[in-house]
Design a protein around this ligand. Structure first.
Ligand code: ZN
Ligand code: ZN
Length: 216
């Protein structure tokens, strides 16, 4: 999930009944036909099971509506208006709690991916390999974007990409394989090889590594 308006993550809502901090929860997908849209991506809900609103709600609902449910105090972002919403179980909404820190990180990653993808077309002219590497090394990025980035490596002909790729753990073996092939090609194009002992780049025809002195 990506929240459009990140400022809601800075909000703190205190339950008017039990005075504990309300949890920021993702709004459950609602059927448009139900007319239940909240006009918000998140809701602040008091998930304290000792909150009187929740604790006393079961009897109230039973008496008034004759079914098993209770209430949770709820507030919309940017508002301190007191609302309650009916919940059928103690667990309702506990699976959709948003961790503001995690959400910010997720958003940051997503924005970085978007920015890198936008720069991909012009990065060769700009001689800027950063967007290419951002996409290749981002395991959460879109696969075809990453593939597109890998395809640009040969044209960049920049051996500095090798270390970053070798030190990265790929979840997708096909991407890793593709990168390995490209590294071999780059080394070949530049008459280089990697020392099998210290991994430093050396001349393809070297008999001795200039970095670790190993005979090859
Ligand atoms: Zn409460
Ligand atoms: Zn060496």
């Amino acid at each position: 999930m990506n929240i459009q308006n990140l400022s809601v993550l800075d909000e703190e809502h205190i339950c008017p009944t039990c005075k504990t901090i309300m949890s920021c929860c993702e709004v459950p997908p609602v059927h448009v036909g139900d007319g239940l849209g909240w006009g918000s991506e998140v809701l602040f809900i008091c998930l304290n099971n000792d909150c009187p609103t929740f604790r006393n709600g079961w009897d109230k609902v039973d008496v008034e509506y004759g079914h098993k449910a209770s209430f949770r105090n709820m507030q919309l972002p940017g508002s301190t208006e007191e609302n309650v919403m009916m919940v059928a179980s103690e667990l309702a909404f506990t699976g959709s709690i948003i961790d503001p820190k995690e959400m910010r990180e997720q958003n940051e990653r997503y924005m970085a991916e978007k920015k890198a993808l936008a720069a991909l077309e012009t990065c060769l002219q700009d001689k800027d390999i950063t967007p290419v590497m951002t996409l290749i090394l981002d395991e959460a990025a879109n696969i075809s974007s990453r593939q597109q980035a890998i395809d640009l490596l040969i044209e960049f002909n920049d051996l500095s990409c090798i270390d970053a790729i070798r030190n990265h753990t790929f979840n997708k073996t096909d991407l890793e394989q593709k990168c390995k092939l490209i590294i071999s090609q780059l080394l070949k194009d530049n008459f280089k090889k990697e020392c099998p002992h210290c991994a430093e780049l050396i001349k393809a025809q070297a008999k001795k590594c200039m970095h670790c002195n190993t005979d090859l």
